[in-house]
Design a protein around this ligand. Structure first.
Ligand code: AMP
Length: 393
């Protein structure tokens, strides 16, 4: 159905068929949550036996295959996506031939760092000071203005620290520029924020404009991959409140529908700077699955289908730890036996595996939500298991 004919805030009741572009773990967890509510799902993904395809119907085709996208649109009343790099042609086709409540303008904004920063600033929300870089002269000038250290990033395609260079001395500016500009990429230079910690807030905004924010998660990365999320984040209550306020302001200003993950730096003074947005379920929101009254996945389904949003109340302190390829075997063994350590520490580990057959190093195979009385005990459980090395990797 054409979006223009769609009445705003139209309710898509349980029973509706939802199409998901992308068949990874985020899609899988959307399906698991939405199926409980009575929705039906079809996913489009090229991989056989994809994590999402194991729990839904699947059309096996490339993401930019317009014929397959048309089939998805024909079989579903509502379409969503679980990754950001949705092909623009496919996005337009789906909007024409079905209903994409999230629209494509938010994707357009978040696919490009400069557009994203400008949109965040337009919402009155701070980002790290930055400069657009189009030449080596601009680069040298910008390093002088922003000072060192600073971070040079490609505006598109970078994730998990790829397409980035940290400049610690002004003399490194030209080499960093040449390395990243070599591929013809557009660049942005950011002041380096000496952050006390990184946090993220997941916001949901529904088709009828209702918006709710989940409690902030404190995120620890190892080798640029999320390792643990700690909730409540270990920052003052006032900073948590401000983080939720800023995330809601960004979602509102961008007219987001569905989930929006807002990643932020907290500096020594408790000042917040938004680093990145993701218009989809986010790894740092997996803690909500048992930690909150409503999971981020259920909330996304509610938001795009126009149901009232669920409570985002935190039910218990929780630490989420990712299970990467190198951790999988030990984790599976550990869960096959009684866990005296968990009992001793009063920690309840809840395992979520994504059904991926090949466990490559660095590949996200699952996660564990550690329900606890005190995050320190969950962190101690992680350390005691020896699965994550020194508790960091
Ligand atoms: P990004 O790809 O923008 O999420 O950056 C990956 C990681 O690099 C972040 O999670 C931070 O740990 C670090 N980082 C990126 N930009 C900055 C910055 N401006 N100041 C300090 N650290 C940064």
């Amino acid at each position: 159905m054409n979006e223009a004919c769609e009445p705003a805030g139209r309710v898509r009741p349980p029973g509706t068929r939802i199409g998901i572009l992308g068949g990874g773990q985020l899609g899988r967890m959307l399906v698991l949550a939405g199926t409980s509510l009575g929705y039906r799902f079809v996913t489009l993904d090229p991989a056989p036996d994809s994590p999402c395809g194991q729990v839904s119907e699947q059309i096996r085709a490339a993401y930019d295959d317009e014929h397959a996208a048309r089939e998805l649109a024909g079989r579903c009343d509502v379409i969503t996506y679980e990754f950001e790099n949705v092909d623009a042609g496919v996005a337009a086709l789906l909007e024409r031939e079905s209903s994409v409540p999230q629209g494509s303008s938010l994707l357009y904004t978040t696919q490009h760092r400069l557009r994203e920063k400008r949109a965040i600033e337009a919402a009155g929300v701070p980002v790290a000071p930055y400069r657009e870089i189009n030449s080596v002269t601009e680069m040298v000038q910008a390093v002088a203005e922003l000072g060192v250290p600073c971070v040079l990033k490609t505006t598109v395609g970078g994730y998990d620290g790829k397409g980035q260079a940290v400049i610690r001395q002004p003399e490194e500016a030209v080499a960093a520029y040449e390395r990243l500009a070599g591929s013809g990429a557009e660049l942005v230079l950011e002041q380096f924020i000496r952050f006390r910690c990184e946090i993220s807030v997941i916001v949901a905004r529904s088709t009828n404009g209702e918006a709710k924010a989940f409690p902030p998660a404190e995120n620890i990365h190892v080798n640029n991959i999320l390792h643990t999320s700690i909730v409540p984040a270990r920052v003052p209550e006032s900073v948590q409140e401000e983080a939720r306020r800023l995330a809601l302001a960004v979602a509102e200003s961008l007219g987001a529908v569905g989930l929006l993950a807002v990643e932020m730096f907290v500096d020594e003074n408790g000042q917040l700077y938004v680093n990145e947005l993701a218009p989809r379920p986010h790894n740092s929101g997996h803690y909500t699955m048992e930690g909150c009254a409503t999971s981020q996945f259920e909330q996304h389904i509610r938001a795009i289908c126009g149901l009232p949003l669920g409570s985002t109340k935190l039910l218990t302190p929780v630490v989420m730890v990712n299970v990467l390829g190198e951790h999988l075997e030990d984790v599976v063994q550990r869960f096959a036996q009684p866990d005296a350590e968990a009992e001793r520490l009063d920690v309840v580990p809840k395992l979520h595996l994504y059904g991926k057959s090949e466990a490559k190093p660095g590949r996200k195979m699952g996660h564990i939500n550690l329900l606890c009385q005190d995050a320190e005990q969950a962190l101690e459980w992680i350390e005691q298991t020896n699965i994550w090395g020194d508790g960091k990797s």
